[in-house]
Write a protein that binds this ligand. Structure first.
Ligand code: MSP
Ligand code: ZN
Length: 583
């Protein structure tokens, strides 16, 4: 990934994929998409880059309608419920959206219809009679997720009829092998319906060159997307026979396919952000090509690996088709997470809900754990409670927490809460020269890694620096040094604590702010200047506040309980329930 930051500090739009609000937010969503986007955004803010971070709820689509039916709710009532829950969870996790939208908002409906009309005018959408799955008993069309069957490409079983979760290919009605209705298992008919198709095939060569020359994405992702293009792109059916969604102009009882209006939700969210901030046209600097070029603005979409097809092909093609809109610049793709080695399952509720996680653990712990263990790559990972415990206890507490707490309590108890003076005439020794050199070098390195969205590597570099601070403190042993030496050490260390707070703010914003307040520094660490992390601006005699321990240990009991809870979800049912109750 290229370095986005330049001296001109051009504006950056960061998005994270829009959440389907047909279920609660879980620890899968936040690993690939929401936490990394927030960490990157916070870093850009510290760098003084005009960054806008938007996302929203993806409220349309057949899965949503089907789930609402199953929950006995209207689609509207269900999306309201999960939208509100997700929003509450985001705030508790410290996700710092500048705007969080909903695809059901009027702005998105209008923008979707507007873009559709532009594409139609340019000849990129055309009418076609398509076969749509139809249930003869219910007498209604059954698009997408009402229908399941076998993938005709990779032969994965139980795939929905719009795309394969296993190989990522998209389908049209009739493609699935052995299609059946997911509600009542009947075999659907294929019936004629008039739809609009988007001419994706017309963009093959434009997309190839976009992928090769423009889109900043990992090579392994680039290569498999190019392979899809080579295999041939098919035109996309963008209409569904459904009434929940964005109405298709001129067609009764039909709405746009959810993947047509969802990415347009990124634009709508940006428009709403601009409106909210009294700069009505400010969205254009990101989305209108001519405006964006003037400012050098960039668009960065954080997504999980399952939705690459939509973001690397369909979405840029749609934007290209309009002629005036700008295509995305960077596509950070992260892999899927399993929980204790097993796939997340909505139906068995084998998952960890963000809401449940937050009942016991601080938001910074999962932000820290995920950032440390999630590379900027489509590789899958695992959320493992033991590993979580180990990383929290050794790295967050044992390394960062230990240094910060030792320094602050030392100043509090031995120097009456005042940062000591470096005695007049005393020169910094070789240890100080070396550690300051390390600081300057590390800040540069961390800066580069953050800017390249190599967030795990950035955090590792910070932890390495923190380790050096610990070693410096240990080596100087101020508890047995004379007052002059102890003063030199603690003055440096107070400043190093400040550096750590700034460097770690993107990852653990709540704890960083606590450190900032213990140091009794002005303002908020969220507004600090990233580059000043290399400086030592805290002066002698500066009073600090009485420090409390920053973190508490992840205890065995709590971890065991979490593991047991998950195991109970995958344990086979007890004998009685399989063979009938004992008499
Ligand atoms: N609504 C679409 C995105 C539309 S963007 C215009 C969607 N929603 S989702 O709720 O299913 O997923 C939201 C994000 O979470 C996506 O980036 C998805 O890849 C990610 N993840 C969902 N489950 C995940 C895991 N188990 N592991 C990692 N990321 C996961 O897709
Ligand atoms: Zn497949």
């Amino acid at each position: 990934v290229v370095v986005l930051i330049d001296a001109t500090k051009s504006p950056v739009l960061v998005t994270s994929a829009l959440l389907y609000v047909n279920g609660p937010l879980h620890l899968g969503h936040i690993r690939s998409t929401y936490i990394p986007a927030d960490v990157y955004t916070r870093y850009l803010r510290l760098k003084g880059v005009p960054v806008v971070f938007v996302s929203g709820s993806d409220e349309h689509g057949t899965p949503t309608v089907v789930t609402a039916e199953q929950e006995g709710l209207t689609a509207k009532a269900m999306v309201d419920k999960y939208h509100n829950l997700a929003f509450k969870n985001y705030q508790a996790l410290g996700l710092s959206f500048d705007h969080y939208s909903r695809t059901s908002n009027e702005t998105n409906h209008q923008t979707t219809q507007e873009l559709f009309m532009i594409l139609k005018e340019k000849g990129f959408v055309f009418k076609q009679i398509v076969k749509e799955y139809y249930c003869p008993t219910d007498k209604k069309f059954l698009p997408d997720r009402y229908i399941k069957g076998e993938c005709p490409y990779c032969h994965a079983k139980d795939q929905y009829s719009d795309y394969c979760e296993n190989c990522g290919k998209t389908f049209k009605p009739g493609d699935l092998i052995g299609a059946y209705c997911s509600l009542d298992k009947t075999t659907p008919e294929l019936k004629d319906s008039e739809h609009f198709m988007f001419k994706l095939s017309a963009f093959s060569s434009a997309l190839s060159s976009y992928l090769k020359n423009q889109l900043d994405v990992r090579d392994e992702v680039r290569n498999y997307v190019l392979q899809w293009i080579k295999e041939g792109l098919r035109d996309w059916d963008i209409v569904r026979d459904l009434d929940w969604g964005v109405k298709v102009p001129g067609m009764k009882g039909k709405v746009f396919y959810v993947w047509f209006d969802a990415p347009i939700g990124y634009i709508a969210a940006t428009k709403e952000w601009a409106e909210k901030n009294g700069k009505k046209d400010a969205w254009k600097q990101f989305w209108i090509k001519a405006e964006a070029e003037k400012k050098g603005a960039k668009i960065v979409h954080f997504i999980g690996k399952d939705i690459v097809y939509h973001h690397a092909l369909f979405w840029p093609a749609l934007l290209m088709g309009t002629a005036d809109y700008k295509t995305p610049d960077v596509l950070p793709v992260r892999g899927f997470v399993t929980i204790q080695g097993k796939k997340i399952s909505k139906s068995r509720k084998y998952w960890i809900l963000v809401e449940d996680y937050l009942k016991r653990w601080p938001p910074d712990y999962v932000r820290f754990y995920y950032t440390l263990t999630t590379p900027n790559a489509p590789t899958d990972g695992d959320f493992d409670w033991k590993d979580f415990q180990e990383k929290i206890n050794t790295e967050l507490l044992g390394n960062v927490g230990n240094f910060v707490h030792r320094v602050l309590t030392f100043i509090d108890s031995k120097f009456a809460g005042k940062v000591p003076k470096v005695p007049h005439g005393s020169k910094a020794g070789a240890d100080e020269v070396a550690i300051k050199k390390k600081l300057v070098k590390s800040v540069k390195e961390v800066d580069k890694l953050y800017s390249q969205i190599e967030l795990d590597r950035a955090l590792k570099a910070i932890l390495d620096l923190s380790q050096s601070f610990n070693q410096y403190f240990q080596h100087k042993a101020p508890w047995r040094a004379d007052e002059k030496d102890a003063s030199i050490t603690l003055w440096h260390c107070a400043n190093f604590v400040r550096s750590l707070a700034i460097l770690l703010e993107p990852v653990i914003p709540f704890s960083a702010e606590k450190i900032w307040s213990y140091l009794n520094l002005e303002g908020s660490v969220h507004d600090a200047d990233f580059d000043s992390a290399k400086d030592l601006p805290i002066k002698a005699d500066h009073s600090i506040k009485k420090p409390l321990p920053l973190f508490s240990k992840a205890e065995d009991d709590a971890i065991q309980e979490e593991i047991r809870k998950l195991e109970s979800l995958i344990a086979p049912p007890p004998k009685e329930s399989r063979h009938g109750p004992e008499r």
